[in-house]
Design a protein around this ligand. Structure first.
Ligand code: FES
Length: 124
């Protein structure tokens, strides 16, 4: 059901964890399943210097958000904001269609963090 890349990232995600003194935090709940995603950012010169996430989501949510973190690290905030779900699915070499909504948790949480950063809201 899941690609090898998805299972690899689920079993050994590189970007899972808390972050000390993040510059921005985004948090989103998934209305379809009730799962929650939190994304932490370190931002320098308008670029994502570091990124971490914590979630109560499923295999697809963990793997796709881990993929998203790898893709946006080092990008400008504008580039990261425009990241599409399809880029993440491509990076995972596929995701079952019924699980695509899980991958939206990461991108929506990332955009929430960027919005809050731009609005000057940085509480954890
Ligand atoms: Fe909730 Fe995948 S089923 S995030």
């Amino acid at each position: 059901m899941y690609s090898t890349e998805t299972l690899k990232r689920f079993k050994n995600p590189e970007f899972v964890g808390d972050m000390e003194n993040p510059d921005a935090v985004g948090e989103i709940g998934n209305f379809k399943c009730g799962d929650v995603m939190k994304v932490y950012l370190k931002i320098k010169d308008d670029r994502i210097e570091d990124i971490k996430f914590e979630t109560y989501g499923c295999v697809a949510a963990i793997a796709s958000t881990d993929m998203m973190c790898e893709l946006v690290k080092g990008k400008t905030l504008d580039e990261a904001y425009e990241m599409s779900n399809q880029e993440i699915v491509n990076g995972l070499k596929d995701l079952p269609p019924v699980k695509v909504h899980c991958s939206i948790l990461g991108t929506r949480s990332l955009r929430d963090a960027i919005d809050k950063y731009r609005e000057g809201i940085s509480e954890k």
